[in-house]
Write a protein that binds this ligand. Structure first.
Ligand SMILES: *Cc1c(COP(=O)(O)O)cnc(C)c1O
Length: 383
């Protein structure tokens, strides 16, 4: 790359092993949702996260939908989730005839403010859906305690934290590092092209509960009955992943440690170059967390007079691509139209949605590009 080239916000890093495995699918004809890579991917990813069962699906959005469906909740059940997340979390709840209940974001990690959860629990609450944001884990112990106290399920959305870790004291008072996606009753992943592990499009549900796993497997595949194929006792979905996609996943799992190391180095490199700048808040790593910097996310101080949109425009002129933060669920017209969140306010989420951007963070990014991005950020802030 020459220094005048545009730096994209994400570029996947695919190698010879991916090519080899996908070629095997094509040479052998195993291109649909049967074939050796699907089960291998499910087993290896479940094992990596410390879970018993993996159910591969077509993307992270339907993984969440299937997770809620597999809990078999009565209509009108409430599920507590962060305001600051992707709409997939809310649609998973709404499409299952359940009610999403929001909490605001933590101003430092951008994950759900776990101290606000208990006040939102009612007799109808059946689950909490924590979402690890931009590579940093949610503080899970307080949620695990609430789940026990109120008999709630935890649906852990781990789509942005492949390989991140959380230091839990919940089951072990001296503390144990748990892999994110191995903590909730059910966890879900996305393997979209910009995630740490990618199959192009893809997702997975993990659990230790044999019954939930079986239900999810059935519902992924139209609820065909094992003995009587075209007879259906329940309505299901076609959420299957293909062997071609799983082949990409298996190839990348072989490099998982390298991928996590590389992302953590990227995070440290950005922080080293940006930490002296005034007017921006950088990502932190809590002492109970191992961050994987899915995206290196900044929040501009309001007194800079810059908002995220303006900042992004200036950086684009410098040849640096960025993306804005999520817009909170309480500001979504599609959810207002469902009669949800109309008079609610979540001030932290609202502010970071306007003041937050993330920098180029793909696995293919080079030291030289990180230097250039940091120089550009400095220049724009000084203007
Ligand atoms: C990417 C993402 C999803 C959705 O995954 P898709 O595979 O794009 O459907 C869900 N939750 C979070 C937190 C995500 O970042």
């Amino acid at each position: 790359m020459t220094s005048s080239e545009f730096i994209p916000v994400n570029e996947p890093l695919l190698g010879e092993r991916e090519l080899e495995y996908v070629t095997e699918c094509i040479r052998t004809g195993w291109i649909s949702s049967a074939g050796r890579f699907i089960e291998t991917f499910e087993e290896q990813w479940a094992k990596y996260c410390g879970r018993q069962y993996g159910i591969a699906v077509s993307n992270g959005t339907v993984a969440l939908q299937l997770a809620v469906a597999a809990l078999h909740l009565p209509p009108g059940s409430e599920i507590i989730l962060p305001d600051f997340t992707i709409i997939s979390c809310a649609t998973a709840v709404v499409f299952n005839n359940c009610v999403p209940v929001l909490v605001d974001a933590d101003p430092v990690t951008f994950c759900m403010d776990v101290s606000q959860v208990e006040a939102k629990i009612t007799a109808r609450t059946k689950a909490i859906m924590p979402v690890h944001i931009y590579g940093h884990p949610v503080d899970m112990d307080p949620l695990l305690a609430l789940a026990e106290k109120y008999q709630l399920a935890i649906i852990e959305d781990a789509a942005e934290v492949h390989g991140a870790q959380y230091l839990s004291h919940h089951h072990n008072p001296t503390g144990e590092w748990l892999t994110c996606g191995g903590i909730g009753t059910i966890s879900t992943f996305s393997f979209y092209a910009n995630k740490l592990i990618t199959t192009g499009e893809g997702g997975m549900l993990l659990t230790d509960d044999a019954e939930i796993a079986e239900r999810a497997r059935q519902m992924r595949n139209l609820c065909f009955l094992p003995g009587r194929r075209f007879y259906h006792e329940e309505l299901g979905f076609n959420f299957r992943l293909t062997n071609l996609q799983a082949a990409l996943g298996v190839a990348q799992l072989e490099r998982m440690d390298e991928i996590v190391t590389r992302k953590r180095q990227m995070g440290v490199a950005y922080t080293e170059r940006l930490k002296h700048l005034k007017g921006i808040q950088l990502p932190i790593e809590a002492e109970w967390a191992k961050h994987v910097y899915w995206m290196y996310a900044l929040v501009l101080a309001e007194d800079t007079g810059l908002d995220a949109a303006e900042f992004a425009r200036h950086l684009k002129k410098e040849g640096v691509d960025t993306r804005p933060f999520f817009l909170g669920m309480h500001e979504q017209p599609a959810l207002h139209a469902q009669g949800l969140f109309n008079s609610e306010t979540y001030p932290v989420s609202r502010r970071i949605a306007r003041q937050g951007v993330y920098l180029p963070s793909g696995l293919a990014i080079t030291e030289e590009q990180i230097d250039r991005v940091a120089t550009s950020v400095q220049k724009v802030l000084a203007q």
